[in-house]
Write a protein that binds this ligand. Structure first.
Ligand SMILES: O=C(O)CC[C@@H](O)C(=O)O
Ligand SMILES: [Zn+2]
Length: 564
């Protein structure tokens, strides 16, 4: 075994500089290491060296090896982080800027939230330490389940004063490693704060705690004839606090817009334990800066969202879902224009999937039939209308479909005849992410790109990678949001080097964004500069420093690190 790599060229662009990072002897590492590649995407390995104002990003293979975020192993009852696999030498370390948990800390937490809400059960911790994709594995020793805002405040105030790092967690469905610890951060899970506090039918405003599961909120609203303005594949487990913190987009974005518009108020706890009550329910309020916006999409780095007030639309009774096939990408664009013109306000979703995405979903979903078995086209569209007048909506849909077929843009299609068929079409669309996750290694990119250029990236990527991987393009075409996924049998550094920074550079050149809706989390802070100017990033760093001067809250996420 190689000796421990001397590490230490790493600190973060906010908070105090680490004194040093502790290194343990690799000989002491237990077995059962994950393949190195399974975590190789945590910190990028591009070999580039970028200079950005006073931020320096140095991405050499050596640095990558040194700072690779790896798996954990247990020693003397304490989980330690292992950097690198046994084949490349192992260095175990933790970030010494932060305090190691002691008995007295556990006692304090027990006093604040009660013994049963301080979790150190191995299985529960294991689940909370690993992200949904199984790419990132932290080494937290303790998970706390506060039930009140005051408890969250006490936890944060204490951790801030003790220098203990904290990761807020909801349903842990982040696709960018945003909700798992990187080292041994204390996990503060909001799941027990799941009360609906009020709903006002006149204004449509729902006020609830952060741990409410999205689907439960939708069911609750349905009883009152309302619905949530957002819908995601992960709705059965994601929580509204996490949705807000990620500024999740999803399937209804086209119709109801961003959470930046739909969230009317928030209660947040700052890293020092201050409770900031911004839980307004007004649609219009121009008294000073709209500070809640900082926490919508703040990815839990500036404060912990504890309560949410949300504008919800009425649930409309007439829903139609069509599944259409197009020969080429230009036709998809023409259909989008036609849909906007002919369907107008009843258009509620415009999703696209290419043939590879469809094949992948159908392979994964047992018993699911291809809705258009004879079409075998390159592109498919899932179009949904939602309105209040069935005849009117159907008429609109008929006119739209007639035009789409007559002009040759749509070559085949089906309209769901009942709820179970609509659900089946949606199941196919939502099944793509699940299928990809099961298919081996997946390199995920969530990009905003002008619609006219969007699929060109998928084609260029395919041409570049040849047979070495399956390139899949799908997403929310109506919002210009491409989910580019590259599926390969296993993680491979060489493959990654072919993908990145190409994807990011391409996106930047086409005036896109390297994160449309998933956020940056732990996976992509290094790519922020492809979409934000140095001045903007610096302002973000200042905000972070202002609100979290000790850098305890969700460290390593969103903002780039400095490697020297
Ligand atoms: O897995 C992905 O790339 C996208 C997941 C999600 O945002 C979706 O739209 O299905
Ligand atoms: Zn999406």
């Amino acid at each position: 075994m190689r000796p421990a790599i001397k590490l230490v060229r790493k600190w973060w662009s906010y908070g105090p500089k680490p004194q040093k990072l502790r290194i343990w002897d690799p000989q002491a590492v237990g077995s059962g290491l994950l393949p190195r590649s399974s975590h190789a995407r945590g910190l990028h390995q591009t070999g580039d060296h970028l200079q950005h104002s006073n931020l320096t990003y140095k991405h050499s293979n050596q640095v990558f090896k040194d700072i690779d975020i790896g798996n954990t192993s247990r020693r003397s009852g304490f989980q330690m982080r292992n950097f690198g696999s046994s084949t490349m030498g192992s260095t175990i370390l933790r970030d010494e800027r932060f305090a190691i948990l002691e008995e007295c800390d556990i006692h304090y937490f027990q006093k604040v939230v009660g013994e049963r809400a301080v979790i150190n059960d191995k299985d529960e911790l294991e689940a909370a330490n690993v992200d949904w994709l199984g790419k990132f594995k932290g080494a937290s020793q303790v998970l706390l389940r506060p039930r009140t805002t005051k408890q969250v405040a006490s936890i944060l105030q204490y951790c801030n004063s003790r220098g203990i790092a904290v990761v807020p967690q909801g349903g842990n469905t982040s696709l960018v490693g945003g909700s798992v610890p990187v080292f041994d951060e204390v996990i503060v899970n909001l799941g027990a704060m799941n009360k609906i506090l009020s709903f006002d039918e006149v204004s449509g405003v729902l006020v609830c705690e952060a741990g409410c599961i999205l689907e439960n909120l939708d069911k609750y609203l349905a009883e009152h004839g309302f619905t949530m303005p957002l819908d995601l594949g992960a709705k059965g487990s994601c929580q509204i606090g996490g949705n807000v913190s990620t500024n999740a987009g999803g399937l209804r974005f086209l119709r109801y817009g961003s959470l930046h518009g739909n969230v009317l108020g928030l209660e947040v706890v700052l890293p020092d334990g201050t409770i900031v009550d911004m839980l307004g329910t007004l649609r219009k309020d121009n008294t000073g800066y709209d500070l809640k916006q900082l926490f919508i999409g703040g990815e839990g780095t500036l404060g912990v969202v504890t309560k949410v007030s949300l504008l919800t639309p009425a649930k409309l009774s007439s829903v139609n879902v069509a599944f259409l096939a197009c020969q080429d990408y230009l036709s998809c664009q023409e259909v989008l224009v036609l849909a906007k013109k002919k369907l107008g306000e009843v258009l509620s979703a415009f999703e696209f999937l290419d043939r590879s995405s469809l094949d992948m979903a159908l392979d994964h979903l047992e018993g699911m039939r291809d809705p258009l078995p004879s079409a075998k086209q390159k592109f498919y569209l899932l179009i949904e209308t939602t309105g209040s007048n069935e005849n009117h909506d159907k008429e609109k849909l008929d006119v739209f479909l007639e035009d789409a077929v007559r002009t040759g843009h749509v070559v085949d299609g089906v309209v769901a005849q009942d709820n179970s068929q609509s659900s089946a079409f949606w199941r196919i669309r939502e099944g793509i992410a699940e299928a990809l996750n099961k298919a081996g290694a997946v390199y995920k990119y969530d990009l905003s790109i002008p619609v006219k250029d969007l699929y060109q990236l998928v084609e260029e990527m395919r041409a570049k990678l040849g047979d070495s991987a399956i390139v899949i393009g799908y997403g929310h075409l109506g919002d210009g949001n491409l989910h580019l996924n590259i599926s390969a049998p296993k993680y491979d550094e060489k493959l990654l080097l072919q993908i990145e920074p190409f994807v990011y550079e391409w996106t930047s050149q086409h005036k896109g964004s390297v994160s449309a809706e998933h956020g940056l989390g732990f996976m992509k802070p290094h790519a922020i500069h492809y979409s934000k100017t140095p001045e903007t990033v610096q302002l973000m760093v200042k905000m972070k420093n202002l609100l979290d001067p000790n850098g305890i809250l969700n460290p390593y996420k969103v903002l780039p690190s400095i490697h020297i």
